[in-house]
Write a protein that binds this ligand. Structure first.
Ligand SMILES: *Cc1c(COP(=O)(O)O)cnc(C)c1O
Length: 356
C-alpha cells in the first residue's frame, strides 16, 4: 500500500461554484481565474469543469498555451501581461488578451508587426501600487492605445487592495469613475470578494478566483456559509499509529505539547512537506473517523499528531480529513496565520490527486 495521503478534486463542486458565481454576477461576463496552476488544483484537472466560463485568466504564457493545447478556444487573459516584446508574436498567434501596465509595453505594441490586432486590458493602479497606470494618466494612456493599429478591443481594468471593505471600494470606484469620465469603456474590476459583496463593481467582466474553489475571500468561512459554494479540494490521510500518553508525556519536535492527563493520540501521515502548514498550532481543527478533533504539538515534515480523546472509535487506518467539506480550509489557514489561497497553492507535488 502506498502512503495514505490523498487530495481529491470535486468536479461537481467546481461546476456548482461557477454557476453560483454566474448567478451572483448575472449581468457580467466572467473570467475564471486559474493562475498558479488553478490555485494548486491543477489547470489540466479543473479547466473542463469550468469551461462554460467566458474566458480564463492566467499569469504566464505557459499556462495560456497549456489551455490552447487542451483545446480551449475562448478568450484567455494574461494577468501580468507580456514580459518581453518578443512575446507579442505568441500572444497574436494564440489569441491571448494582454494586460498593459507599463509604458514600455505600449512602445512594444506600437512597434510590433502583427497581422491583426490584440485585445488589450489597460491596467489602472487604484491604490494597491503594484501594477498599472496612475489614475491621472489613464485618460492619456487610453487614447494612446486607442490610436494603435495593433490594439483591438480595449478594456479598463483595476484590482482592489481591500475588496472586503466598502470604504476602500467606494474610494477606488470614485478614482476609476474620475479617470474614465468621458470615455464610455468596458470595465473589469471585481475579484471574488467584490463579486460577492459589491455588485456595483461587477461592470462587464468579473474575475473571481478563490470562490470558484469554495473558500471565503475574507478568510472566514461563515461569510460564504449560506452561499452554496462548496469546497473543491479535500485533503485526506489516515492514522498510521496510536500512542497512549500519561500526564506529563510530551509530543513531537521541541516537545511543545505536554499531556495534562492520560490521553490517546493518533499519528497522521501528513506533514508540512505535503503542504500542511508548519505553523498550525495545537488546537487546529481536524476530523478523525467522522469526529471533529484537533492537532497536538508541532507539525513535522511527514507526520502530525491528533487528539483522540473525542474519537474513541479511531483505529490505525481511520480516515482523517485535514481540510474539505467538514474541516474548512479557511479555519485551518486562519489559526495558522495564513490564508486559504496559500494552503491550496502549497499542496505538494508528492501528494497524489484523485478527481471525482
Ligand atoms: C488573482 C487575481 C484575481 C482573483 O482574485 P480572488 O481573490 O482569488 O478572487 C482577480 N484579478 C487579478 C488581477 C488577480 O491577480
Amino acid at each position: 500500500m502506498s502512503r495514505p495521503i490523498i487530495a481529491t478534486i470535486n468536479q461537481n463542486a467546481l461546476q456548482t461554484n461557477l454557476s453560483i458565481v454566474r448567478n451572483i454576477a448575472s449581468g457580467s461576463r466572467l473570467w475564471a481565474v486559474i493562475k498558479a496552476n488553478a490555485y494548486g488544483h491543477g489547470i489540466k484537472r479543473v479547466w473542463k469543469s469550468l469551461s462554460s466560463t467566458d474566458g480564463f485568466a492566467v499569469l504566464s504564457i505557459h499556462e495560456a498555451l497549456l489551455l490552447r493545447e487542451q483545446g480551449f478556444q475562448k478568450p484567455i487573459l494574461l494577468l501580468e501581461g507580456f514580459f518581453h516584446p518578443h512575446d507579442l508574436r505568441i500572444l497574436h498567434r494564440y489569441h491571448l488578451t494582454t494586460i498593459i501596465h507599463s509604458h514600455w509595453q505600449i512602445q512594444a505594441l506600437k512597434k510590433a508587426h502583427l497581422s491583426s490586432p490584440l485585445d488589450v486590458y489597460l491596467k489602472m493602479n487604484c491604490g494597491m501600487n503594484r501594477l498599472g497606470f496612475q489614475p491621472k494618466d489613464v485618460r492619456n494612456v487610453w487614447h494612446q492605445l486607442k490610436a494603435l493599429k495593433n490594439v483591438g478591443t480595449l478594456t479598463l481594468m483595476a484590482h482592489f487592495a481591500k475588496a472586503q471593505c466598502i470604504y476602500d471600494i467606494m474610494k477606488s470606484m470614485q478614482r476609476i469613475a474620475q479617470s474614465s469620465n468621458g470615455f464610455n469603456c468596458t470595465m473589469s474590476l471585481a475579484n471574488s470578494a467584490a463579486t460577492l459583496w459589491h455588485p456595483r463593481t461587477h461592470c462587464q467582466w468579473v474575475r473571481p478566483g478563490i470562490i470558484l474553489y469554495g473558500a471565503s475571500p475574507s478568510g472566514d468561512w461563515k461569510d460564504i456559509a449560506s452561499s452554496g459554494l462548496m469546497p473543491v479540494m479535500t485533503l485526506n490521510s489516515k492514522i498510521i499509529a496510536i500512542q497512549k500518553l500519561v500526564a506529563g508525556s510530551k509530543v513531537g519536535y521541541a516537545n511543545n505539547y505536554c499531556a495534562s492527563r492520560a490521553q490517546y493520540i493518533g499519528i497522521v501521515a501528513c506533514g508540512y512537506a505535503d503542504g500542511y502548514p508548519h505553523h498550525a498550532p495545537t488546537g487546529t481543527p481536524v476530523m478523525v473517523a467522522g469526529s471533529m478533533t484537533q492537532t497536538v504539538g508541532s507539525i513535522s515534515m511527514d507526520m502530525m499528531a491528533v487528539d483522540l480523546t473525542r474519537c474513541p472509535q479511531a483505529r490505525i487506518g481511520s480516515l482523517v480529513e485535514l481540510w474539505g467539506n467538514n474541516v474548512k480550509i479557511n479555519d485551518v489557514a486562519s489559526v495558522s496565520g495564513t490564508i486559504s489561497y496559500e494552503l491550496m497553492c502549497a499542496l505538494s507535488s508528492r501528494v497524489p490527486v484523485k478527481i471525482t
